[in-house]
Design a protein around this ligand. Sequence first.
Ligand code: ADP
Length: 487
Amino acid sequence: MKLFYKIYAFLIVLLVFILAGAGYFSYHRETKLFHNDMIKDAQILGEAMSGMVGHAWKHSGPEKAVALIRDANSKAESISIRWVNLTPSVNGSHVPIAPPERLKPVLQGRSISLVVKSGEQSPCRLTYVPVKTGDDFQGAIELCESLMPLTAYTRNTLRYHLITGLMIMLAAGGLLWFHFRHWINRPLMQFIEKSRKIGQGDLAPDLVVKGHDEFATLGQTLNSMCRDLSASREAVRLENERRIEAMEQLRHSERLAVLGRLSAGMAHELGTPLNVISGRAKQIRSGALGSVEVIEFSNIIDEQAQRITKIVNNLLAFARRRKPKRSLQDMEVIVNQVLDMLREAADKSKVVFKIIRQGQISSVSVDVLQIQQVLTNLVLNGIQAMAAGGCLEVVLAEEKKQHPEADMDEKSYLAIHVQDEGPGISLEHLSHLFEPFFTTKDVGEGTGLGLSIAYGIIQEHGGWIEAENRSGKGACFTVFLPLDSPS
Ligand code: ADP
């Protein structure tokens, strides 16, 4: 309701201005009328008496004239009437209340009216009506009317305006509050609630704002915005699905290409146990063996069959397509699986493998098949780089690093260094390694997709891959995987 208080405060300021202005003007008009009435009444009375007093003065003498005034004064209720001398008298009596300099017009026969406030005395209006006592105006009738009723009237008017103003403000506040609650606050709350839901992903166009005002239009606009957003979200979702599907397809093709490259070695790897099985089976069938030897040969056949099963399972797992799924894994196990699968290819190239684990290595949340694909590519590249054979090391270590592409603090990463003893990478190639279709290999040997796909996979895992030359000792590819990523 903060908005209500703001509007109400504004309204109060406006009302105070309007009421104060209206009160001020009406007060001025009324007091002016009050004064005019007082002047008029006093002048009418004064002039009526002036004639009589002048006549009495001439025919019955000054005492009679003053007595006439005194008599009139005793009968008047709210006005005091006096005879005043306009010229200073000998005994100092009948002195006017008004200062002499203001009475000059009266000496010339004109009535005047003025307000005086002297000392402790309350303010009063004095009206002087000249009385013709002879040829000139020696004296005048002084009519003095207290302004106390005007002060009381002022006080009452002020109180009346204050109370009316207060009541208007209260009534305006109540009316505003009622309308605000119904016509502004309720739809506003609906909009706030809907915006919160939109922020949380709820794009249902279910906002109902009744009426035909701007709020109803805004409600309809929000609903149609929700419908548009929902449609574009669906389009983005479908597009994403298609993109992921295409990427998975590409990764799968690359896996099959690797399998193709390994197939010759695989045939040889399967051939060895098959030969052993066949030879031992023939010897058992000849019947020339004793029972102990038959048991021993049967065990050998079983062992070789298990070896074949393991090789075939590894191949199937590698070639299989499935949705990516992450779980906490021991990276050393995955590295061993990859090296097992590539051992035949390594043997052919006179390459030996070495795994080094530096310190305790925590489990890491990964998709096994994807990481196998990355490591297979790096190890196979290493083997291919060592034409004359050598040692391929896989070093596992936990390292504190700062992500090169994200503005983050240092974090713990699992680093998998794959280092070979080949010729290394030339400087001109170093910056292009992870570009799709970048290859230095002959047609049929390389697609140039392996490293770019590997980079994409590791990036999706929240990590990155670095490539560098070891000092005079081949290339080193390092995969960094975050250790605190959600599974
Ligand atoms: P491909 O192996 O099909 O060529 P990759 O993307 O895996 O595609 O590799 C791209 C290029 O990176 C390779 O052609 C090679 O020139 C270079 N490369 C990759 N690994 C190594 C390595 N261990 N030593 C030297 N060069 C390498």
